[in-house]
Design a protein around this ligand. Structure first.
Ligand code: KG4
Ligand code: ZN
Length: 342
């Protein structure tokens, strides 16, 4: 029998401080997530300086809790994997330095992980990956279609040219005077309304798998302002439903189109917006019509930022021989394709 691989994951790229212990890249022994949402709410978004301070306060507590809950000791760990980017530089640095301290103190390898690779690998905590596969990544900072021919190899076949899907959700929510993060609020509201308001869908040029959500976001803001000026009332639930219908239709249609050009065995949904009920339902319905391709949607607990997904991706990089130096730095603009040739 092969020896188990035990990896610690650390994630601090935005507003969650998280540490996890994962066995063989698939089994979560612990996954502690400390959210700062309450502290950022009154500012209507994440304040980088406040995020860093919270990470500093939380990281040791979360780390100790993750070790305790997993019931392992440091000598059992094979490596420590940490989000090196993209994200807020000050926030990333807290995780990167905590990981370096663990690696140095316990003499174990350090692995740098791309945040989006983590979101994709959240799916491996549910189901073994089969290649080639396509991942629809929808988060607060990213919206892209990522093709993978093997573990640890990422090819971006389409990405947003402006706002990410989650960002558009958050801005629309702010226009409707809802608290940060707005995505879940719009999602709940959309379920109560009808998509009766005509909003644009950005298909872009024929054959492109890129996305664009800023025109849709502006259309929603204009609809609200025009109605206010005319003294008309718009039902917020109908506006939310119409906005969501536009986002979901584009995401699902482009994904279905992509699997016709890129034959794959699986399609994985990934990122914070993967929690969206409208998207989950529409994607599931679309894949009912598709034979031979498995659709994997992570449970809600693994859609948002968490360290188990970083440990899962880190395990694959560890097994492929990736090692970061103790000089590892946070890299807010890190490209996912960096890992391909190593
Ligand atoms: O992946 P994530 O936790 O952080 C980033 O890596 O960006 O994604 C956060 C984003 C936020 O924009 C949030 O509003 C959005 O995911 N989100 C949702 C839902 N839950 C979270 N958007 C739409 N519907 C949801 N249910
Ligand atoms: Zn994320």
């Amino acid at each position: 029998m092969e020896k188990d691989v035990l990896i610690m994951g650390i994630e601090t790229s935005c507003d969650e401080t998280s540490v996890a212990i994962v066995k063989n890249g698939k089994e979560i022994l612990s996954n502690i997530v400390s959210s700062q949402i309450e502290s950022h709410k009154r500012f209507g978004g994440v304040v980088p300086e406040i995020a860093s301070r919270h990470h500093v306060e939380q990281i040791t507590i979360v780390l100790e809790e993750a070790m305790k809950e997993a019931g392992v000791s440091y000598k059992d760990l094979d490596a420590v994997a940490v989000t090196e980017g993209p994200g807020l530089v000050g926030a990333l640095l807290i995780g990167v330095n905590a990981a370096k301290a663990v690696a140095f103190a316990h003499g174990i390898p350090l692995i740098g992980v791309h945040h989006i690779a983590g979101h994709i690998y959240a799916n491996r905590l549910i189901k073994e990956m089969e290649f080639p596969l396509l991942s629809l990544v929808v988060s607060g900072g990213h919206t892209e279609l990522v093709y993978m021919k093997e573990h640890g190899h990422f090819e971006v076949i389409g990405e947003t040219r402006d706002d990410a899907a989650g960002e558009a959700y958050d801005k629309v929510a702010r226009t409707l005077k809802m608290p940060y993060p707005g995505g879940p609020h719009i999602d709940r509201l959309a379920a109560l309304g009808e998509a009766t308001i005509d909003l644009p869908r950005a298909w872009l040029e024929e054959g492109s798998y890129d996305f664009s959500f800023s025109g849709l976001k502006s259309a929603v803001i204009n609809t609200v302002h025009n109605a206010e000026q005319r003294g008309e009332k718009i039902k917020p639930e109908d506006l939310a439903a119409s906005f969501q219908a536009s986002v979901v239709e584009v995401l699902v249609t482009k994904t279905i189109k992509a699997i016709k050009e890129y034959p794959v065995k699986q399609v994985l949904l990934a990122g914070g917006v993967a929690a969206n009920k409208g998207l989950r339902t529409a994607l599931t319905a679309a894949f009912n019509e598709v034979n031979d391709i498995e659709l994997i949607i992570p449970p809600l607990s693994l859609c948002g930022d968490n360290a188990a997904m970083i440990a899962a991706a880190g395990t694959v990089l560890f097994e492929k021989g990736h090692r970061a130096k103790l000089a590892l730095n946070a890299n807010p603009g890190l490209e996912i394709t960096l890992y391909n040739d190593q």
